[in-house]
Write a protein that binds this ligand. Sequence first.
Ligand SMILES: *[C@@H]1O[C@H](CO)[C@@H](O)[C@H](O)[C@H]1NC(C)=O
Ligand SMILES: *[C@@H]1O[C@H](CO)[C@@H](O)[C@H](O)[C@H]1NC(C)=O
Ligand SMILES: CC(=O)N[C@H]1CO[C@H](CO)[C@@H](O)[C@@H]1O
Length: 281
Amino acid sequence: MVSFQAILVFISTIFFFVNQCVSADEVQFYQNYYQKYGGDHIIVTDQGKEVCLMMDQYTGSGFISNQHFGSGDFSIDLKIPNKNSTGVITTFYLTSLPINGDPGIPHDEIDFEFLGGDGKYTLNTNIFANDGGSREQQFNLEFDPTTDFHTYRILWNQYHIIFYADDVPIRVFKNNTNYGVNYPTNKMRIEATIWNDTNWVGDVDWSQGPFKAYYRDFSINGCQYQESNPQECYNDNYYWNTITNLSPDEVQKYEDVKAEQMTFSYCMRDNSINFPECLLN
Ligand SMILES: *[C@@H]1O[C@H](CO)[C@@H](O)[C@H](O)[C@H]1NC(C)=O
Ligand SMILES: *[C@@H]1O[C@H](CO)[C@@H](O)[C@H](O)[C@H]1NC(C)=O
Ligand SMILES: CC(=O)N[C@H]1CO[C@H](CO)[C@@H](O)[C@@H]1O
């Protein structure tokens, strides 16, 4: 009897892992996303398993998820443009802003933004929670994001938002609503873009273009938002909602990142008094 059960567990474990691998590898771009803008500056290749977002002096480009989500464990594999790309911004983020940018709705957003500089990159992260954001934290990653694909991940549940770069937690934003801190609650979609912002990161040298960012792995682990039952996305049946703390190993990695890779935090600004979380963490 025991061995029979053991065999069953064994078989179902194998089935589980095979199933996971197959689904992660084979999800094609158009199953979960569509082009938001940029005309022919977005190129889908490898039977929908890779997307190239391009920007030149005429336009950038971007894609957006079909669904809205209320929680999830969102990730993508990304390789950043490898040219001298001052002024080029490559992103992967969640946003509540509708496609026409209607300013009437509360703005929640969770951002990974790679800011191209003179031969180097800064990873900017930001969080908007029913407001204007301004919660930047910036990092010099320990790897070069331009030479290979790396996995960037946003875990968003009712307890915290965790930003990961290759399984290293680089930022944790806790749900401190009990202390008067705003926290994202609105339905959000996933977007990825390549764009430029002269005022923020400087002028682009268009002669260095076109700038190309490559994305892979279009599987999505998220709770589809239901207007009639938003609370459903806090259900423990979703594995990401059972993640309430960093593991001891992750705590150590996170401390190392804060000490060695974080180059800026909004909590260092004079107006950080407006952000109660700066005193809590
Ligand atoms: C944040 O935490 C509070 C409890 O501390 C909870 O009531 C609330 O639903 C949480 N907010 C979100 C958006 O999950
Ligand atoms: C990179 O391009 C900028 C213009 O956008 C230029 O000022 C800078 O000298 C270039 N750096 C290198 C290393 O080519
Ligand atoms: C190609 C592209 O998107 N260019 C934009 C760069 O940024 C300026 C404003 O900072 C826009 O006016 C351009 O359209």
